[in-house]
Design a protein around this ligand. Structure first.
Ligand SMILES: *Cc1c(COP(=O)(O)O)cnc(C)c1O
Length: 402
């Protein structure tokens, strides 16, 4: 067949779908991809090959990325360990501390609205002899530092807190917790996967000892992440979970994912430069969506704190409307009910449940995640589609009730 005979129909079915699921993952920023490409092609070296140019070029790129990542969170480059993502970072932080400090204590404290990567890791640690406290949150999803203080004991070694929640977007008072844990010589791990690049973070001002992040939540690639491990005051000790070549100061063996690391570094550099203006733009889109929905639909309920939340997050229930019937009515919009990782289960999410809302509202919660590449036009079209779908479902139900 000659090229001119080819009839190009719609090539990509996804091109017409509006993406509003930026908490599940983000597209790779084109500038990030551009920076990565040479490290798949001519600069393919192993960063641990110390004897030739290929290795040196790779190692140099890794060190540049390390300093970009460190700079975004106010850390020293030597405190950054590259991993395969936030799940691995969280596992390494929690299991690594539990092992290294087992003679000092066996108690860990965390909260019920944490990501599964934390909750399941803490459950695992409980099976191997640790004691854990899962603290509640209030009806807006906020933690209570006083409740943490009451649970800390002489055998508490670690507190783990989600800086910005992946479902309801609430931002926790990490600095306040850091002041408390540092004063008692308890380590503080922060899951910052949703927060890095979205809100300012300073590991020193916030007194954070370990911090987990993920490339694909900030316009970098999937399968790459980092763990910040404090080196001074205090120097955090970790028992590695992987044994092998002793890469990353012995804390994470395995050949470095050089293109991924380069991408994460570039994503952090872009975020540092553009965070403030992007925050404003995305928050304006979010507010525009919220006014459209709440002014045109009765019984629109926002979950989570109204102001202490990520710029790109809304989590909403529409009275009388279930989330699965709503999503079924909206095939042209990529939205999520509950978190992506648990949406195989039809139950309401553990986060929404923890807010103490009714079972019906919890089952209706949908998450709207806005981000860098959304336009005003998309927000308006998506808003109108959601309004239409809610009305269709409510009408259908009132007809059936008659
Ligand atoms: C996505 C996410 C994770 C897991 O990150 P991966 O890099 O996908 O393993 C952990 N915590 C939070 C808050 C997240 O949003």
């Amino acid at each position: 067949m000659r090229a001119e005979d080819a009839i190009i129909v719609s090539t990509d079915p996804m091109a017409s779908v509006i993406y509003l699921d930026y908490h599940a993952t983000t597209p790779v920023d084109p500038r990030v991809l551009e920076e990565m490409l040479p490290y798949f092609r001519e600069r393919f070296g192993n960063a641990a090959s110390h004897q030739h140019l290929f290795g040196w070029a790779a190692a140099e790129a890794v060190e540049l990325a390390r300093s970009r990542v460190a700079s975004l969170i106010g850390a020293d480059p030597a405190e950054i360990i590259f991993t395969s993502g936030a799940t691995e970072s969280i596992n390494l932080a929690l299991k690594g501390v539990a092992k290294a400090y087992k003679d000092r204590g066996r108690h860990l404290a965390t909260w019920v609205t944490e990501h599964k990567a934390t909750l399941d890791t803490v459950h695992r640690l409980e099976q191997s002899g640790c004691r854990a406290t899962y603290l509640p949150v209030d009806h807006l999803g906020m933690i209570d530092p006083g409740q943490l203080e009451a649970t800390l004991g002489s055998d508490t070694i670690l507190t783990s807190l989600l800086l910005a929640n992946n479902e309801i977007g609430v931002i926790q008072p990490v600095a306040e917790i850091g002041a408390m844990t540092r004063g008692r010589q308890i380590l503080l791990h922060v899951d910052a996967a949703q927060a890095v690049g979205k809100i300012p973070i300073d590991v020193n001002a916030m007194k954070i000892d370990l911090l987990s992040m993920s490339g694909h939540k900030l316009y970098g690639p999937k399968g790459i992440g980092a763990l910040y491990v404090r080196r001074r005051q205090p120097r955090v000790r970790l028992t590695p979970t992987l044994d092998g070549g002793g890469h990353e100061r012995g804390l994470r063996s395995g050949t470095l994912n050089v293109p991924g690391i380069v991408g994460l570094g570039k994503a952090c550099e872009i975020a540092a430069e553009e965070m403030a203006q992007e925050h404003q733009r995305v928050a304006a889109l979010r507010d525009r969506m919220w006014s459209r929905l709440s002014s045109k639909l009765e019984g629109t309920i926002l979950h989570g704190h109204p102001t202490r939340r990520l710029a790109g997050n809304l989590n909403i229930s529409f009275e009388g409307v279930g989330s699965s019937e709503l999503l079924a009515e909206l095939p042209q919009i990529a939205l999520s009910s509950g978190s992506a990782c648990t949406s195989a289960h039809p139950e309401p999410s553990h986060v929404i449940r923890a807010l103490g809302v009714s079972e019906e509202l919890a089952k209706g919660a949908i998450r709207v995640g806005l981000g860098r590449f959304n336009t005003e036009d998309e927000i308006d079209r998506a808003g109108d589609e959601i309004i239409r779908a809610v009305k269709v479902i409510r009408n259908r139900k009132s007809v059936m009730a008659r």
